[in-house]
Write a protein that binds this ligand. Structure first.
Ligand code: NAP
Length: 330
């Protein structure tokens, strides 16, 4: 499958490199708001043609799929143009800002007979999949602590008065949307939808959440999710059961799983799979779904996207974190 791209930051570089490694997707060319940038970026990655507009990309007969890595609040409109052009779409997390956008886009994908995927890489890694298999070993789950606390260099700029998209309500930024989405996806994939959810944001001067704590209430246990772009931590994430604890090194870059027996307190490494670019796993998974028309897996992934988004939309709105897409609904 040949693919094009939207967005020319490092994340698109990284996706194209992963696509090369996957042997499943082949880079054809990039769109950028700047034609010069589109040309240079395409050339840098060995693409054959660049695109001056998203419409050109959507209508190109040389393109089967498009990877979207633009600021969050632009995803919905861009994805719709691509789907209408009959392209499969892999859109960066968080794919949409409201459940309405999510439902509209997936309905459009179905109508156009193409696939739409949210690029959430952590749940596609071999170590996370092993964690899912190992979950029963922990016995009755009693608590979960999943987090992503990563100091952002863009926060330094924010403090200097330069607000990057990821710290801006206009572009649907903030800690929950940018980082919290990883541990939240992990929790929903492992435990399903919670009975209750509430978010306690730590807001910056422009009203965006620089960090926050998301509490998910399940039957018999609580999962606590911490996310921050204004502090740093390397503490692992854990799931605590009556028989023992499952521990992963990170909730986003998952490369090691450990087991600690609750009674002996002995720890062992269960799985380890270092990867310098874990996007390869999601690319292979998405390509397999498309090639094999694996509707069962597609529906599962689509359901996960919707469940995660439903929680994020509810909890942020409850705390007054509002984005441009919310105004469209009023
Ligand atoms: N999976 C991961 O590990 C990962 C990591 C980082 C980010 N992401 C996701 O990737 C997406 C992009 O994040 P980012 O930090 O790279 O964003 P960004 O730097 O703010 O923007 C990404 C690209 O979008 C275009 N763009 C920027 N501002 C724009 C504007 N005002 N209007 C239209 N286009 C604009 C630019 O491309 P042109 O100038 O070429 O048009 C830019 O290269 C987000 O959804 C983010 O959550 C994922």
């Amino acid at each position: 499958m040949k693919f094009g791209t939207i967005g020319t930051s490092w994340i698109t570089d990284s996706f194209i490199e992963a696509a090369k490694k996957s042997g499943k997707l082949f880079f054809e060319g990039a769109y950028s708001r700047s034609e010069e940038k589109a040309k240079t970026f395409t050339g840098k990655h060995g693409g054959r043609q660049w695109f001056a507009s998203i419409e050109d990309l959507a209508e190109s007969s040389e393109i089967d799929a498009v990877y979207v890595a633009s600021p969050n609040s632009l995803h919905y409109e861009q994805v719709k143009v691509l789907l209408r052009g009959g392209k499969h779409v892999i859109c960066e997390k968080p794919m949409f800002m409201t459940v309405k956008e999510c439902d509209d886009a997936f309905a459009l994908a179905e109508k156009e007979d193409v696939f739409l995927f949210e690029a959430i890489r952590n749940i596609q890694t071999p170590v996370f999949r092993r964690l899912k298999e190992e979950l029963p070993r922990a016995g009755t789950i009693r608590s979960g602590f999943l987090h992503l606390i990563q100091y952002s260099s863009r926060y330094d700029k924010f403090l200097d008065g330069k607000v990057a998209n990821v710290f801006s309500p206009e572009y649907a930024g903030g800690a929950l949307e940018d980082l919290g989405v990883y541990p939240l996806y992990a929790a929903v994939d492992l435990f399903g939808a919670p009975l209750e959810s509430v978010y306690y944001p730590v807001k910056l001067s422009n009203g965006i959440d620089g960090s926050g704590t998301l509490i998910l209430q399940y039957d018999g246990f609580v999962c606590t999710i911490l996310c921050s772009k204004i502090a740093h931590s390397q503490v692992p994430s854990e799931i605590h059961g009556e028989k023992g604890t499952l521990r992963i090194n990170s909730s986003s870059d998952i490369s090691q799983l450990e087991w600690m027996d609750a009674h002996t307190k002995k720890t062992e490494v269960v799985a380890s799979h270092p990867s310098d670019n874990d996007k390869v796993f999601e690319i292979v998974r998405f390509a397999d779904v498309i090639e094999n028309h694996d509707m069962e897996e597609y529906r599962r992934l689509k359901g996960l996207s919707r469940q995660v988004l439903e929680i994020m939309e509810k909890v942020r709105k409850e705390k007054g974190i509002l984005f441009p897409s919310d105004e469209d609904e009023i």
